[in-house]
Design a protein around this ligand. Structure first.
Ligand code: ADP
Ligand code: MG
Length: 239
């Protein structure tokens, strides 16, 4: 508990700091990107400067990805709590992610009460992050499942994959900002940190179960989000 509190305080501080930095970087970065692309357009294919310009442009693109990840991570602007149908949310989130042909998706509802008081945009961000990670963990194909369950007290949404799994030693670093195993230029390590912040904001919790060791059965990962049916956050908190 103590540990959990420390973690969320640390994330709140990091959120404020990164929002400030990301905001300041956004405009100058846009200018670098725009001018490098203008110069690239004017450059002949055999111009010796072309390679350098391409490097500026791709690296500025990369910075933009990090900055937009930071802005999402830090986003604390208007919370808009509404009654949302979680099945529809799950469908929308899967529709928004590029799913390769070798990955099957399914949505399973094990409760008749699919409604929850949540911020649609922010929960979309949560499910999108989890779906993307699931897809990225299954380069050779597999199954992505979103399972919605619930009782009178809480509703849970689990995102499960049959992918590579998470090694034991990485389990307690997952929600730390910038922790990524995807290599430079690929992952930002902000998806799960952002997810954690949004789930906390909804007074929910997030748990992970994973097996990366083939000798211990099928590999794969499940992220399970539990949201209280009555979180105490209500429509009047919208500001
Ligand atoms: P990113 O996707 O940019 O690396 P995330 O915060 O989304 O950052 O994830 C952090 C790390 O957690 C990933 O780099 C990966 O090592 C691990 N991870 C997250 N989800 C999964 C998953 N479904 N299967 C395997 N590893 C995962
Ligand atoms: Mg990710």
């Amino acid at each position: 508990m103590q540990q959990a509190l420390k973690q969320s305080e640390k994330l709140a501080h990091m959120g404020q700091l990164s929002a400030g930095i990301a905001h300041e970087l956004n405009n100058p970065l846009g200018v670098v990107l725009m001018y490098s692309n203008i110069l690239l357009d004017e450059c002949k294919p055999d111009d010796p400067l072309r390679k350098d310009l391409e490097l500026i442009s791709t690296q500025a693109e990369r910075c933009k990805k990090i900055v937009s990840g930071l802005l999402n991570f830090a986003r604390k602007n208007q919370v808009k709590i509404e009654q949302i149908n979680l099945k529809k949310l799950a469908e929308d989130s899967i529709a928004g992610v590029v799913i390769p042909k070798n990955i099957k998706t399914n949505i399973v509802c094990r409760t008749s009460n699919l409604m929850a008081n949540v911020d649609y945009e922010q929960m979309m961000q949560v499910l999108t992050n989890l779906n993307k990670n699931a897809v990225e963990a299954m380069p050779n194909g597999g199954i992505l499942s979103v399972i919605i369950e619930g009782d009178d007290n809480e509703v849970t949404i689990s995102v499960s994959d049959t992918g590579e799994g998470i090694p034991e030693e990485n389990m307690d670093k997952l929600f730390t900002p910038f922790f990524t195993t995807k290599g430079i230029g690929k992952g930002t390590g902000l998806g799960l940190a952002t997810t954690y912040g949004i789930v906390k904001m909804h007074k929910g919790k997030i748990e992970v179960e994973s097996n990366a060791d083939k000798s211990k059965g099928p590999t794969g990962t499940t992220f399970k989000i539990s949201l209280p049916r009555n979180s105490g956050i209500n429509f009047s908190d919208n500001n």
